[in-house]
Design a protein around this ligand. Structure first.
Ligand code: SIN
Length: 482
């Protein structure tokens, strides 16, 4: 891929594309075939400081831009994303390995956050509160927090950017983004489109460089009023501690260990199909991926056979080839981690129905895998798999399975297949998860709140709940009116 206007490889600071001050660059390789995607400017604290200062300066004017004008700019940003969907999808596939169809779907998903927040800007309402004293009136204002810092992951390189940046800009905040070093080009292309849309210099900045150094700098900085992060629980914990001295607002979208429960009364055909669809999204590299598949004994063997057959039909290979629907994992470490979980389960008695090993398509590919008879002593029962592996266990009663599903330090996504409305409400109320999907293997949209409880994180993204995360509530008391 060439270094064109639309394929920038530098940092975006105050509306300018800039190199690292010391000239350092870092190569980015495609996970599918290890080819060079490009080289990015690789900065650090000094560049991050400049970006924060730029965002701080821009905030003084951006917060005063009329809502209708902010809405117009975000809408334009959205339209440019849709108009350039194929180019954006190609960039994403090159750097993340995702099949092209998935990259296109992600661009639609990513753009939908900009569309939504362009609309929500007009609904950032205040309130009046009935007075308790004749000489007083009470008003509540919602105001932008200020300068925000965002750290985004490689697995959804566009949508995790827009669901943070869209909400921040809509609220009237400015932002400094640090995308993952493995998938920077998707984020940089969004920076280029934001400029083209007319979003003023400094409102949206992008810095590149070592994550621990830049993350710590952002978290410790007094000017940054909020940090928003999508990634592992382990890193989320570190960022939270680093934000403590300056008491920052935080949104953390962290790890998951999603239960996928197929009840006695479920439609087994739909459940099997949705399980494979949900699991194989991004080759299982999603924090909402079905992780612990729990199947009622009535359907257990039938569903295992069906999903094995569905998984067997999938085409594994580089995402650039349109016929492939399972791409590589992000790197070799990812493959090793997945394989270690699978081998541990097999050693402890799991039944291998399909795959169970790396795939011949290349060093970062893992075979679509189905393993059954998972038991609690296996590591795979507790850890996020992040690979194309369905790990299933059997259950007999709702009481047993709700307790089992809730027995996790994570609480992000959960899935239940049932056609019984009483059972549906019981699971909806009793599952300790931020999201419960019924009869669907993928439930993410921009219009619903996305986020977890327990060690899966803090705050919500998407929907009007996501906008609240970038607003301060100010209470105004006016006295002396009697
Ligand atoms: C993630 O896996 O981090 C996000 C997936 C989604 O938005 O559906």
């Amino acid at each position: 891929m060439s270094d064109t206007f639309f394929f920038p490889s530098k940092m975006l600071i105050h509306g300018e594309w800039v190199d690292a001050l010391n000239g350092v660059k870092q190569d980015v390789f495609s996970p599918g075939d290890q080819s060079l995607v490009g080289a990015i400017a690789y900065g650090g604290e000094e560049e991050t400081e400049r970006a924060i200062q730029s965002a701080s300066q821009a905030f003084t004017t951006w917060k005063k831009v009329l809502p209708a004008e902010r809405a117009r700019l975000l809408r334009k940003f959205y339209e440019l994303m849709i108009a350039r969907k194929d180019e954006l999808a190609k960039i994403m596939t090159a750097e993340s390995g995702k099949p092209m169809a998935e990259s296109r779907a992600e661009i639609d998903y990513a753009a939908s956050f900009l569309e939504l927040y362009a609309e929500e800007i007009r609904r950032i309402y205040g309130e009046t509160i009935p007075t308790i004293n004749h000489d007083r009136r009470f008003i509540v204002m919602r105001q932008p927090i200020g300068v925000c810092a965002a750290i985004t992951p490689w697995n959804f390189p566009s949508s995790m950017v827009t669901r943070k940046v869209g909400a921040a800009l809509a609220a009237g905040c400015t932002i400094v983004l640090k995308p993952d070093h493995r998938t920077p080009f998707s984020a940089l292309a969004l920076g280029a489109l934001a400029l083209e849309a007319g979003i003023p210099a400094g409102v949206f900045n992008i810095v590149l460089g070592p994550a621990p150094e830049i993350g710590q700098y952002m978290c410790a900085h007094h000017t940054v009023r909020k940090v928003t992060f999508t990634g592992s629980t382990e890193v989320g914990r570190v960022l939270m501690a680093q934000c403590a001295p300056t008491i920052k607002r935080l949104s953390l979208e962290l790890g998951g260990n999603a239960p996928f429960i197929i009840c006695e009364d479920a439609n087994p055909h739909d459940a099997a199909q949705q399980l494979v669809t949900g699991k194989m999204r991004n080759a299982g590299q999603s924090c909402v991926s079905p992780n612990r598949v729990m199947i009622h004994k009535k359907h257990y063997e039938w569903i295992l056979t069906e999903i094995t057959s569905l998984m067997q039909k999938l085409q594994v290979g580089p995402g650039t080839d349109e016929k492939n629907n399972v791409g590589p994992l992000i790197d070799r470490k990812g493959v090793e981690k997945v394989d270690a979980l699978v081998q541990d389960a097999l050693k402890k008695g799991a039944r291998c129905l399909l795959g169970g090993k790396p795939h011949a398509a290349g060093q970062n590919f893992y075979s679509p895998t189905v393993i059954a008879d998972i038991s609690p002593e296996m590591e795979i029962a507790h850890k996020e798999i992040f690979g194309p592996v369905i790990a299933a266990s059997i259950f007999e009663s709702d009481d047993e399975i709700i307790a089992r599903a809730n027995n996790s330090e994570y609480g992000l996504a959960s899935y239940v297949f049932t056609n019984d409305y009483k059972r549906l409400f019981r699971y909806a109320e009793e599952l300790e998860y931020g999201m419960v999907g019924f009869n669907a293997g993928v439930t993410s949209t921009s219009v619903t709140p996305f986020g977890g409880i327990k060690q899966s994180g803090l705050g919500r993204e998407g929907s009007h709940f996501g906008l609240e995360e970038y607003l301060n509530v100010k209470s105004v008391c006016v006295a002396g009116l009697a």
